[in-house]
Structure formats: C-alpha cells, structure tokens
Write a protein that binds this ligand. Structure first.
Ligand code: AMP
Length: 114
C-alpha cells in the first residue's frame, strides 16, 4: 500500500467503494462518475503507478486483472461486448496514479479513438 494513494485506500477499506469483485491479487469497484451503465475499475491490489511501470516482475498481475475483467463482464451481463481502457500518465489523461482498467459497457459505445 502506498501512502496518499486513493485506490490503495479504497482497497484497504479506508475509503468506501461499491466493490464488485475481489480476489487475492485484484480489486474492482464501480466508477464514481460512470460513463456507461456498467463502468467498473479493475486494478491490481499491489501498487503499480501506471502501465509504464509494468515489467517482467509484475506483468502477471495484469493478466490477473484481465481474467477478472472477463468474469466481471459475464457477471454484469455484457453479452454483446464491452470496452477496456487504460489511461497512462499525464498525456494519457490518467488522474489516479494506481494502475487501473476501465471496464465499460451496457450500451452501444460511441466514439472510438482507434
Ligand atoms: P483515470 O482518469 O483513468 O485515472 O480514471 C480515474 C477514475 O477514477 C475516474 O473515472 C474517476 O471517476 C474514478 N474515481 C475517482 N475517485 C473515485 C472514487 N472515490 N470511487 C470510485 N471511482 C473514483
């Protein structure tokens, strides 16, 4: 756990969240400002600041996150698809510096950057 990290505090239960999934390595909760009917943040419990810090020593946690994403998507009934987004760093628009994946779905998603 990293001091002054909002998402570490949420994982520790110090700040409330609407949890949708938890296992040994992964925590997931509903985004406070949802952009679609389903908007869940999926993150490793271990503090990794951003995608740029992924390396051979922690990459398995990213795989764990994507396993969780598939389970959450099924549980949320996202049968016809969804989008997974990661913002990295200042230019990428990341506002909370604890690696997280936005799982967004529940409606036909509009504009795509790529
Ligand atoms: P990003 O801009 O990619 O770093 O995403 C951070 C996300 O965290 C945003 O979508 C925020 O709405 C969300 N967020 C910030 N604070 C909270 C909170 N206390 N509980 C749930 N989601 C939050």
């Amino acid at each position: 756990m990293k001091n002054n990290c909002l998402f570490c505090a949420i994982i520790a239960g110090e700040i409330p969240s609407t949890k949708v999934y938890e296992d040994e390595n992964v925590f997931a909760f509903r985004d406070i400002n949802p952009q679609a009917p389903v908007h869940v943040l999926v993150l490793p419990k271990k503090h990794i600041a951003c995608a740029d810090e992924i390396d051979a020593g922690n990459a398995a946690l990213v795989g764990n996150c994507f396993e969780a994403i598939a389970k959450i998507a099924r549980a949320e009934g996202l049968k016809s698809g969804y989008r997974v987004i990661n913002n990295c760093g200042e230019d990428g628009g990341q506002s909370v510096m604890h690696l997280h994946f936005h799982l967004i779905g529940g409606r036909k998603l509009g504009e795509k950057i790529i």
